[in-house]
Design a protein around this ligand. Structure first.
Ligand code: SAM
Length: 214
């Protein structure tokens, strides 16, 4: 999702109290940043933020961080957060590639990847957020019982993601190729902006939940 460039977006983000300006400075210190020892859940590639905002409203006992690469997209999250003022939710304008500089080993309890960019060209495969290279980065920052949840309507990306799990420290705990018709996995599902858009077109939504190998 790349919205048109919004003039001044970077300045607005730099001035926002809901954006952590230097996440590296809090690496290993996120519990003191939030002032409690609640679990910490990340959404990588937050987009306009509907998913993580609804989660944060429903779960005040969990701290949430949304990571989004583009200022113009993150601005949409901030507009809503200005209204809601959720104290268990903050944002990082940053690149998932740097995730191991933002978080230290075992600091995160759960990672959500929603409708990650597919990067269809083979030479860009390493940029796909559910690639084995990214799974290695997530492995470091997740606690022992850490969980990864990924959903997408892009079957090619999903098949790739499932194959990548084999070379990782994780295993598939649950999987569906039609989330909205799945009586178990769809319980409590929160639709993202992309999910709503593509399921309205008739696309089926795939989802897996990963846990560490036993
Ligand atoms: N998760 C939202 C949804 O489901 O509606 C947005 C999906 S959109 C296809 C993917 C989002 O991930 C975009 O907003 C994009 O800017 C962001 N993104 C892509 N690569 C990223 C990266 N390396 N680090 C952080 N965000 C990234």
């Amino acid at each position: 999702m790349r919205l048109r460039n919004i003039p001044g977006a970077r300045d607005m983000i730099a001035a926002s109290p809901w954006v952590v300006q230097k996440p590296e400075d809090h690496c290993g210190q996120w519990k003191s940043f939030f002032g409690n020892d609640h679990p910490l859940h990340l959404e990588i590639g937050t987009g306009k933020g509907r998913f993580i905002m609804q989660l944060a409203q429903e779960h005040p006992e969990i701290n949430y961080i949304g990571i989004e690469k583009y200022s113009s997209v993150l601005l949409r999250c901030l507009e809503k957060q200005e209204e809601l003022q959720l104290t268990n939710l903050i944002f990082i304008r940053g690149d998932a590639e740097l995730i191991n500089t933002y978080f230290s080993d075992g600091e995160i309890d759960k990672i959500y990847l929603n409708f990650s960019d597919p990067w269809p060209k083979e030479r860009h495969a390493r940029r796909r957020l559910p690639s084995s290279e990214y799974l290695r980065r997530y492995d470091r920052i997740l606690v022992q019982g850490g969980i990864i949840e990924f959903k997408t309507d892009n079957r090619g990306l999903f098949d790739f993601a499932v194959e990548e799990v084999e070379q990782s420290a994780f295993e598939i705990a649950q999987i569906t190729y039609d989330l909205h018709s799945d009586p178990v996995m769809n319980v409590g599902n929160i639709m993202t902006e992309y999910e709503e858009k593509f399921s309205k077109k008739g696309n089926k939504i795939c989802k897996y939940i990963l846990r560490r190998r036993a």
